[in-house]
Ligand binder design. Structure first.
Ligand SMILES: Nc1nc2c(c(=O)[nH]1)N[C@H]1C(S)=C(S)[C@@H](COP(=O)(O)OP(=O)(O)OC[C@H]3O[C@@H](n4cnc5c(=O)[nH]c(N)nc54)[C@H](O)[C@@H]3O)O[C@H]1N2
Ligand SMILES: Nc1nc2c(c(=O)[nH]1)N[C@H]1C(S)=C(S)[C@@H](COP(=O)(O)OP(=O)(O)OC[C@H]3O[C@@H](n4cnc5c(=O)[nH]c(N)nc54)[C@H](O)[C@@H]3O)O[C@H]1N2
Ligand code: SF4
Ligand SMILES: [Mo]
Length: 890
């Protein structure tokens, strides 16, 4: 039978193992368990695990009685959270036993959006998905299958990339990636080769040792650890401040961290690179950088051909252990000279200058950086970024003179098209000061356990299995080659393809995350795009707005049901199944089972993925999570079970683990210092490697790819937000305010919006409005407000405050599970992503669109949106009902 003509029902009847289905039900009226109650051991057990209600992994002790989790508390053995937990983590029990959990695979029984579902077996569900995939592959090509996942920092993220590689589609994405963390990882990886500076992503590990870290100044740039990682990084910042560490906060809002800061710069959203270039200019002009370090350990003295933007090489290395030899301008001989790695005391390289060699013009990298920063004086930055000039100077001086210091860069700058340049500029600021691998600085390469092939990511991606011709079809993969670092496609290019059929039409969408309609920019367009799909699968813990438009729902495990190995500083932790409910499944296991089904249906690469010999270090697919875990714990000489019994434990002492100055260690193979993990072994502030990346995808893509439409720029540049509020902007006449977002301490992305005690604390999203703006638009505190952009209109509750830059408004993402069964499906009422912008311009290297820093207008509304819950008693319906069977694990 031809796939395109088949309905879900046809697919089900095509599956011979179809069982009689129970009655059709409402999405909230999921089938009650029929399993009998078991005899129970009534003793209380304490199980050491770790939380995953956000991307930190705080140590947890779970108390279990009768197979039920009855208490969660922090584990003081955890070196980062030190026994703290936040409200989201502590809500784990309400999330786990939520009455609306998706308990079994559920197939759509009515029309899309009608919300009628019937229970099917996992066997039937897998068979149906596999047949759909195989048919689509045959008819339209494997690239017509799009997969997506979620959760920024999800250690199982590669399980989806792996499945896509094995199945043959280049199209998987995450609403993070280009919008979260990838720009920072890419910049710090390419420029330094060690950790980046994101606190919320569990980096900046030096901060967790308040007892002896010498750090004196910490800059929190577009990050708010008090909300984004309260129990880990947020706690660390509190401990450091108590010890006298000074902080600078660069955030349009007076956040809890801003309230405690020594200097607060309430920046205009989207203008960070202008301010960063100003810091760079000031540091250079006032010689606040570490000159000796910059000369010896960065590539800034190397000569750059101004026509090609490439560094002048005296010799290309034939030995992979040795870097190329670059050229400097020697002051002593007034001539270009090769500089052998690492240094030559006989030379006196110029840091600044323009030179002519054989009629061609060359400049040092430093000279080019200086010229790039030249227009960004303190005064222009103050004007452009809506800041006070004196405060900017005070912040720079604190950072540059009260040292050691470090700049922690958050996700704010990943949320606009200037993303990659912001990460490059932030790294530059730290590196100019030599803030790297010294005690008291943030950029470090502390030791690791060696359990993982890639830090904290467990599933091998098997990238070689994606055929070259398929890789070339990756949507957005030619233009935004930075995405190949994570083997990912470009969300906005996927959206375009779904809507227009260009360059081809995606047909199937499998998503394993919360609510893409809350996370992706310009929600209404995504809803339209969903309408163009033949088949949509949603795997999650409960139904969300996304589920309303899906065809098949799969039950995912809550974190208290999952197993995972986690590395926290010098400690290894087991996130372990504390209980297991209904027929929920781990995402990683789902992809494994699906690959097996495709193999059974004759998919050659899926068959190969079952063969341990063929797969080698990419691992053959596993049948249980324990089998997968055993592989990695085997590296420590233990089974997963033994590991889980022992964890958490220190795999090396803290002092051994916290090793500084890795770059100076002698490499026995070359008898030279190890250097940094970059092609030149120097810090590549002049990021020449962006040029070959843009032209070929190397070193990240598996195969060379056609060039992007233009070369990427090796130095950071500033781009004014496309929707600019500055004078002369026509759009600003109608939409005068700049909208931005940031985290709330109550929810992780779109999760937990249905947890009674969290919604009681924060029933509806607030829009932060400056008192001046409130007065101008006739809005009082606690009024309902309409907020409108070019793309849509939503409501929120006014929070009128002095604590925000007067031209800026702020609101977090929100969706309303209580209106899931209405025609809004919960995404239309108060979701800031109805307003955000998914179309161009995009970041040139990674394709970032605009989640923060677009224009809106506000007006008073008469009432809240219909049907939303606001009173504490409303949320009672979501309290756990202790009737369902829960399985005892041990
Ligand atoms: N306007 C606006 N939009 C935004 C943002 C913003 O600030 N403003 N933020 C953006 C950012 S930074 C991001 S990252 C995206 C997030 O957007 P999504 O990634 O779509 O968000 P969720 O899926 O809700 O994220 C949580 C998911 O991760 C899963 N998860 C977490 N840990 C694990 C794990 O260990 N294993 C498995 N299998 N699953 C896990 C959770 O179950 C849940 O499904 O939203 C983006 N959208
Ligand atoms: N509670 C909770 N914790 C989370 C998450 C969650 O959803 N909820 N998500 C996790 C994920 S995936 C991520 S990426 C991290 C992110 O965590 P962080 O990196 O700490 O980032 P945010 O808290 O999103 O944003 C930081 C601050 O940026 C400010 N801001 C907004 N626009 C701008 C701007 O243009 N420039 C500057 N300089 N600042 C701006 C906001 O006001 C906000 O206070 O949090 C993680 N932790
Ligand atoms: S910060 Fe809160 S939600 Fe995140 S891992 Fe820690 S306890 Fe869990
Ligand atoms: Mo993120």
């Amino acid at each position: 039978m031809q796939g395109k003509n088949m309905s879900n029902k046809d697919y089900l009847s095509a599956i011979s193992i179809m069982r009689t289905s129970p009655a059709v039900g409402d999405i909230h009226d999921l089938v009650k368990s029929t399993k009998p109650k078991m005899e129970r051991d009534t003793a209380e057990k304490k199980i050491k695990t770790c939380c995953r209600a956000c991307i930190a992994n705080c140590g947890v002790i779970a108390t279990v009685k009768n197979g039920r989790v009855i208490k969660l508390e922090g584990n003081p053995e955890d070196p980062m959270s030190k026994g703290r937990m936040c409200g989201k983590g502590l809500s784990g029990i309400q999330a786990l036993y939520h009455p609306n959990r998706t308990k079994y695979p559920m197939l759509r029984a009515g029309k899309r959006g009608e919300n009628k579902w019937r229970r099917i077996t996992w066997d039937d569900a897998l068979e149906m998905i596999a047949r759909r995939l195989m048919d689509a592959r045959e008819e339209f090509g494997a690239e017509s299958v799009v997969c997506s996942t979620g959760g920024g920092g999800n250690p199982e993220i590669w399980s989806i990339a792996r499945f896509c590689n094995v199945f043959g589609t280049p199209n998987w994405f995450e609403p993070g990636c280009a919008q979260c963390y990838l720009p920072r990882v890419l910049a710090y990886t390419m420029m330094y080769g060690g950790s980046d500076s994101s606190i919320a992503d569990s980096n900046c590990l030096e901060l967790y040792f308040p007892e002896d870290t010498p750090i004196k100044t910490l800059v929190l740039w577009g990050t708010d650890p008090s909300y984004s990682c309260p129990a880990s990084g947020g706690g660390a910042v509190v401990d450091l401040r108590a010890k006298g560490v000074k902080t600078v906060v660069i955030d349009p809002r007076f956040t809890p961290d801003a309230a405690k800061a020594d200097v607060w710069l309430p920046i205009r959203p989207g203008t960070d690179v202008a301010l960063m270039l100003c810091w760079i200019r000031y540091i250079i002009e006032n010689k606040l950088y570490d000159e000796d370090f910059v000369l010896k350990w960065t590539n800034l003295p190397y000569l750059v051909d101004v026509k090609t933007n490439m560094l002048l090489r005296a010799r290309e290395s034939q030995n992979p252990e040795e870097p190329d030899t670059f050229t400097v301008w020697d002051r002593k001989t007034n001539s270009a000279q090769p500089l052998e790695y690492p240094w030559n005391d006989d030379l006196e390289p110029e840091l600044e200058g323009t030179f002519t060699i054989d009629g061609r013009e060359y400049k040092t990298g430093f000279q080019l950086l200086k010229e790039r920063a030249e227009p960004f004086t303190i005064e222009t930055a103050a004007k452009n970024c809506w800041l006070d000039a004196d405060k900017i100077e005070e912040a720079i001086l604190l950072f540059a003179q009260n040292t050691p210091s470090g700049l922690a860069l958050g996700v704010a700058t990943d949320h606009n098209p200037n993303s990659m340049q912001a990460a490059m500029a932030a790294a530059t600021i730290d590196l100019l000061l030599g803030n790297v691998e010294k005690p008291g600085t943030l950029l470090q390469r502390f030791n690791t356990s060696g359990v993982f092939d890639m830090p904290n990511y467990i599933v091998p991606i098997a990238s070689r299995m994606l055929p070259r011709e398929q890789l070339k079809k990756r949507l957005g993969g030619t233009e935004y080659k930075g995405l190949h670092l994570w083997y990912a496609a470009h969300p906005a290019s996927i959206l375009d393809a779904m809507l227009t059929g260009e360059p081809y039409q995606p047909k199937i969408w499998i998503d394993r995350s919360g609510n893409k309609l809350g996370a992706l920019a310009n929600t209404s367009e995504w809803v339209k795009a969903m309408g163009k799909m033949d088949f949509i699968v949603h795997m999650y813990m409960y139904a969300t707005s996304f589920s309303a438009y899906a065809d098949l729902l799969l039950p995912a495990e809550e974190w208290l049901e999952t197993n995972m190995i986690v590395e926290t500083c010098n400690t290894l932790v087991a996130r372990q199944q504390v209980t297991h409910l209904w027929e929920t499944m781990d995402e990683t296991l789902f992809w494994s089972k699906l690959a097996k089904r495709c193999a059974d249906l004759g998919h050659e690469n899926c068959k190969k993925a079952m063969d341990p010999e063929f797969m080698g270090k990419d691992l053959a697919y596993w049948d249980t999570m324990e089998e997968l875990m055993d592989h990695f714990t085997g590296r420590l000489g233990m089974t997963w079970k033994e590991f889980a019994r022992k964890a958490p434990f220190e795999y090396m002492t803290k002092d051994e683990w916290r090793e500084y100055y890795i770059y100076r260690k002698m490499d026995p193979k070359t008898n030279k210092p190890t250097g940094f993990d970059t092609p030149s072994k120097k810090l590549e502030i002049y990021l020449e490697s962006l040029i070959p990346l843009g032209r070929t995808g190397q070193p990240f893509s598996e195969y060379p790819l056609p060039p992007a439409s233009k070369d990427y720029d090796p130095l950071p540049y500033y781009m004014e937000p496309f929707e600019s509020p500055l004078e002369g902007s026509e759009l600003a006449e109608e939409f005068p305010l700049v909208m931005t977002n940031g985290r709330l301490p109550f929810f992780h992305h779109n999760t937990l919006r249905n947890v009674p005690w969290l919604r009681e604390l924060y029933p509806a999203p607030e829009i932060w409005l400056h008192t001046q703006a409130a007065e101008k638009y006739g809005i009082a505190d606690k009024d309902w407000v309409w907020i409108e952009s070019k793309r849509g209109k939503i409501r929120a509750l006014a929070y009128v405050t002095e604590g925000i830059n007067p031209g800026v408004v702020y609101m977090e993402r929100f969706w309303n599970p209580e209106t899931l069964n209405t025609e809004t499906h919960g995404w239309k009422e108060m979701n800031v992503n109805v307003l955000s912008k998914s179309d161009a311009p995009y970041n040139d290297v990674v394709g970032t669109y605009t989640l923060r820093g677009f224009l809106v207008k506000v007006s008073k509304a008469d009432s809240p949106p219909e049907g939303v819950w606001l009173k504490p008693e409303d949320f009672k319906a979501w309290l756990p009902k202790p009737v369902d069977y829960t399985e005892e694990i041990r």
